[in-house]
Design a protein around this ligand. Structure first.
Ligand SMILES: [Zn+2]
Length: 214
């Protein structure tokens, strides 16, 4: 089972992907994670990616397609994969179609998490991550006991560079401008499954399971 998981940043794609991974043994392929890893390692690709991501922009198609091609070519997903954060544009979707043909994969479901943008801005710009253990908090929904300090390990909490309020707004604008055409593209092809993302994470997952029919 190969799935594309779509939705604006902060819609809960990561959480749903985790649930899909643990229930069906799928491998999550997140372009965001792959780019963050490159940035952390200060690789050439990481430096280029950071240039775009820090201002809330998408990494250009050719670079993104290359990193996905490299990952899919490993072919190490016996139960299938979840694409998270890719494709983001129609150009990327077309590239993915030829990539799938070339590598012998089939996409079984394209799931879109539909959410309210105002709620998203609040949720996203309030996120804080622990520098030490990676635990996540939210100023509004899940604050740490002491401001700026991780409950679990006492590490320092920070705001991801792409989660400042300005970067979030630009990301959502970028998302709308570049990804809406992709949603229209998949809708026209009759492939898009819309899921209401404005409900609890468990209810969202129940809806996804229903749509997958497994
Ligand atoms: Zn911590």
């Amino acid at each position: 089972m190969n799935i594309i998981l779509m939705g604006p940043p902060g819609a809960g794609k990561g959480t749903q992907a985790e649930k899909l991974v643990s229930k069906y043994g799928l491998v999550q392929i997140s372009t965001g994670d792959m780019f963050r890893k490159e940035m952390k390692e200060d690789s050439k690709l990481g430096v280029i990616a950071k240039f775009f991501i820090q201002y809330g922009h998408l990494v250009p198609d050719d670079i993104t397609i290359d990193i996905v091609r490299e990952r899919l070519s490993k072919n190490d997903f016996p139960n299938g994969f979840i694409l998270d954060g890719f494709p983001r544009t129609v150009v990327q979707a077309r590239s993915l179609e030829s990539l799938c043909k070339e590598l012998g994969f089939k996409i079984d479901a394209i799931i879109n998490l539909d959410v309210d943008f105002d709620k998203l801005i609040k949720r996203l710009s309030g996120r804080r991550v622990c520098r030490e253990c990676g635990a996540t908090y939210n100023l509004e929904f899940k604050p740490s006991k002491k401001p700026g300090i991780c409950d679990i390990c006492g590490g320092e909490l920070y705001q991801r560079i792409d989660e400042s309020e300005d970067a979030v707004k630009i990301r959502l604008q970028t998302y709308t401008r570049q990804t809406r055409p992709l949603i229209d593209y998949y809708t026209m092809k009759g492939q898009l499954i819309n899921i209401n993302g404005d409900q609890s994470m468990d209810d969202v997952f129940k809806d996804i399971e229903k749509c997958l029919g497994v």
